[in-house]
Write a protein that binds this ligand. Structure first.
Ligand SMILES: *Cc1c(COP(=O)(O)O)cnc(C)c1O
Length: 401
């Protein structure tokens, strides 16, 4: 397996290095082409909520693939209807809620952007408010809502009328005071920024301001939704109700699928001809999401998400470099006292632990909801070893022999 990296360089678009050639997995364990075993605490970036090759996933895909995989959106399918009703129930939309099924987080956010246009345009309002550090996706619309210069600047001009506020209530109030706001889109916890939490009261104030200014509050729960943070949606811990929420990542346990869920009057904005998707909500994707969400619900797995999250937070608190943790449930940011996250990540990979370094001093973990004592213990062994190795590399550097 010496030349896979060369093949990748030769045949795949050059968009960043790949760490290993993964070939199979079982639960929270993955193997590469050299049969090296890894403990997966990134879960394909908060996607593999049941780990890899979970029997529920395998059965749902296999059964549905052998029954009805795809139909055009001229037709409905039972799984699609079941999933829409389930998502309304989990999000607590009541009867007025509506659901659109799509294929990726970016795509769900594109539709949310269009929802904001339909809402604001009749009164001449097109402004979108976004928060510094936000990540809403890579397609042109979602990218226009993503302030990070490295992602956005090569592709300017962006969609106009996007206003970035800082993570402060004052900044938010000033943006609304300027007028013309159609909607605000915000992640309850900013995953890609490094599991960054919003200030206390920020979302509640956003809800008040959007309501006062007849603007939509759209929550991007692509990463935080589907139970990742220990409740079905992160907003459910905030005591607010949005006008729309997008979700993707963990909804299909690894099957590409996303959703836009609307609440109340926002459910009446789209009308025939204004949106659609060839693959969106196809029977195969719907079957996997129904099986995944059904399994999480029936087995009370969110209790495990909360318990394991608390256990992990407590356990990492005293390790070298660790100054604290952020996030909720099993979306955890581990703050480091020095800009060594990339080194820690590399040391972890070397030892067979997959974690991620979204910034220079933050490690992100997003393991499967199914992790138990064995996975937590192994994580702590490997993660401590990676931190120790990084610490000793640094002390050697600082005191040369
Ligand atoms: C991952 C992510 C997206 C983009 O989803 P894709 O499926 O990669 O298009 C959008 N918003 C948030 C919060 C995300 O974490």
């Amino acid at each position: 397996m010496s030349d896979w990296n060369e093949d990748a360089a030769h045949d795949l678009m050059s968009l960043g290095g790949r760490f290993a050639l993964l070939t199979r997995g079982e639960g929270s364990w993955l193997w590469d082409a050299d049969e090296k075993r890894y403990l997966d605490f990134l879960g394909g970036i908060a996607v593999n909520c049941l780990g890899t090759a979970h029997p529920v996933f395998v059965e749902a895909v296999s059964k549905q693939a052998a029954t009805l995989a795809h139909v055009s959106n001229y037709f409905a399918s039972p799984g699609q209807l079941e999933l829409a009703a389930r998502l309304k129930r989990l999000a607590g939309t009541g009867d007025a809620g509506r659901v659109f099924l799509a294929n990726s987080g970016s795509e769900a956010n594109e539709m949310a952007f269009k929802l904001a246009r339909l809402h604001g345009k009749p009164s001449g309002r097109t402004k979108m408010i976004v928060v510094e550090g936000a990540f809403h996706g890579r397609t042109m619309g979602a990218l226009s809502l993503t302030p990070k210069a490295m992602y956005r600047d090569p592709f300017l001009p962006a969609v106009p009328d996007v206003v970035t506020v800082s993570r402060s209530i004052e900044s938010l109030e000033a943006a609304f005071a300027a007028g013309g706001v159609a909607a605000m889109i915000v992640e309850p916890i900013q995953g890609e920024a490094g599991v960054v939490e919003l200030p206390e009261g920020f979302l509640a104030r956003a809800r008040e301001l959007t309501a006062e200014h007849d603007a939509l509050l759209i929550l991007d729960e692509v990463q935080t939704g589907s139970g990742r943070t220990g409740t079905w949606f992160a907003f459910q811990r905030e005591g607010i109700v949005p006008d729309a929420v997008t979700m993707a990542k963990s909804i299909g346990a690894g099957f590409p699928l996303s959703a836009l869920i609307t609440f109340g009057a926002a459910s009446e904005l789209f009308y025939p001809g204004t949106h659609n998707s060839t693959f969106g909500g196809n029977p195969l994707a719907a079957a996997v999401a129904n099986a995944t969400l059904g399994f999480i619900e029936e087995t009370g797995l969110l209790d495990n998400v909360n318990a394991r999250g608390a256990q992990l937070r407590a356990a990492v608190a005293d390790l070298p470099f660790v100054t604290g943790t952020t996030g909720a449930g099993l979306l955890i940011g581990i703050r480091l006292s020095a800009p060594v996250a990339a080194e820690v990540r590399a040391a972890a990979h070397e030892r067979g632990l997959i974690i991620n370094a979204p910034t220079e001093d933050i490690i992100r973990i997003a393991p499967a909801y199914t992790i138990g004592d064995a996975e937590v213990a192994e994580f702590l062994t490997l993660f401590s070893a990676a931190l120790d190795a990084t610490a000793s590399a640094h002390s050697t550097m600082e005191t040369p022999a």
